[in-house]
Write a protein that binds this ligand. Structure first.
Ligand code: GLA
Length: 394
């Protein structure tokens, strides 16, 4: 484990002891970690049953947790310095929005006819909020994994992923796909995961970091459109499916359609739905091609696919924004960058860049300066190391 990870783990462990130290109702506590994610290519493809290529990042959420002898749940949000206490049977929505993720997880446990007792937990971490690195999925996976362990619920890792996604869909109300929770739970050191979101088959690909590094540039903006437009994109894709289905009954999702079929029915789809379907069918194919480049060790061609993805997300799927486009444009004439694009749901968050290792310092400096001049915002950059997924820290 690298030092920032262990120092964050230590911080949460110490805060638990400081906060709950002398409570005689609690048994010994345990510590769990679940990482945020990056995604190399395959954006918005998960809810269209396509392919994604994410990995777990070296920024994570930690839960120090212990079961209680009574039915109380005591949550301590370390980074906010706030608490919320409730009876484990009472999963009604609280004022504290941050507790929705935990309550959503508990709701899923009940919906699956499983039982838990009271518990107390201190949690927090170093996944930047609103950066498109899925801190919420990390939170859900971490708590569910921890409860599964301390109450011996018998869930396998796949079930943890699916229930964590449902917690987000049903309690939090964001209709996300499965990528974020999957990447957090199934991450593997130095490997990216190609996940087929239709069959849930997955394969690890070693990601070479000897010559290039993965660098995220955080726009520090999160436009309010993000969740409403996300749900609108889902509906637009569904509309495309319902039209294509009339001609090709086997099309149950855009995964089953081809760019040629979309082209064929361009007029009937109408401008907006046509562009969404065009991007989506091309993006699903692009992930496959990009993976072939990865297998062949051709990172340069892989990076070109990332640029194509950004073009599509910007002009056809329309989930980018001025700040993201600016950052990607800055890399176009920079020989040290072989691939760049917006990452995640869009409308803010980070760009992901493949940058020549020995040029990273210069790259970051240049990007920060340009962004400051353009938007008067200090832009953090993160050099990402790919780590293992959800785990207990012994
Ligand atoms: C968000 C969602 C994911 C996925 C991405 C876009 O992160 O939570 O399910 O759809 O956006 O690829």
């Amino acid at each position: 484990m690298i030092s920032t990870e262990s120092s964050t783990a230590d911080r949460i462990r110490n805060k638990y002891i400081e906060h709950f130290g002398g409570d005689s109702n609690a048994r010994d506590f345990r510590l769990f970690r679940s990482p945020g994610r990056i995604n190399l290519i395959g954006e918005h493809t998960d809810y269209n049953n396509g392919f994604v290529l994410p990995a777990s990042a070296d920024k994570a959420v930690y839960f120090a947790i212990s079961p209680r002898t009574d039915n109380q749940v005591l949550l301590y949000a370390v980074d906010l310095n706030e608490t919320y206490t409730f009876s484990v049977e009472d999963i009604s929505k609280p004022d504290q929005k941050w507790a929705y993720f935990q309550l959503g997880v508990i709701e899923q446990i009940y919906k699956n006819d499983l039982t838990i007792g009271g518990f107390q937990a201190a949690f927090g971490g170093d996944v930047p909020q609103g950066a498109g690195m899925s801190s919420s999925a990390a939170l859900e996976c971490c708590l569910l994994f921890a409860l599964n362990e301390i109450f011996s619920l018998g869930l396998d890792r796949f079930s943890v992923v699916k229930l964590a996604q449902k917690a987000e869909n049903e309690y939090v109300g964001v209709q996300c796909g499965i990528m974020d929770q999957f990447a957090s739970a199934f991450g593997k050191n130095e490997a990216v995961i190609r996940l087929d979101c239709r069959s849930l088959e997955y394969e690890y690909f070693p990601f070479p970091m000897d010559e290039y590094l993965i660098v995220l540039c955080n726009t520090m903006v999160e436009h309010s459109l993000a969740s409403s437009e996300y749900n609108t994109r889902r509906l637009e894709c569904e509309k495309g499916v319902s039209i294509l289905q009339k001609y090709y009954p086997e099309v149950k999702s855009l995964r089953d359609a081809t760019p040629a079929q979309v082209e064929e029915h361009k007029t009937e789809l109408g401008d907006v739905v046509y562009r969404r379907c065009k991007f989506m069918t091309e993006e699903i194919e692009r992930v496959q091609v990009a993976c072939d480049f990865l297998t062949a060790g051709d990172l340069i061609s892989f990076g070109k696919k990332m640029y194509e993805t950004h073009q599509g997300l910007q002009h056809e799927y329309e989930v980018s924004c001025e700040e993201l486009d600016f950052l990607v444009a800055q890399t176009l004439d920079d020989d040290s960058v072989i691939g760049a694009r917006m990452m995640g749901g869009g409308f803010g968050g980070c760009t992901i860049n493949l940058v020549k290792k020995d040029e990273v310092d210069r790259f970051e400096e240049k990007m920060k300066k340009a962004y400051q001049e353009q938007f008067q915002i200090d832009m953090p950059c993160y050099r990402v190391r790919i780590t293992d997924g959800t785990e207990e820290i012994i």
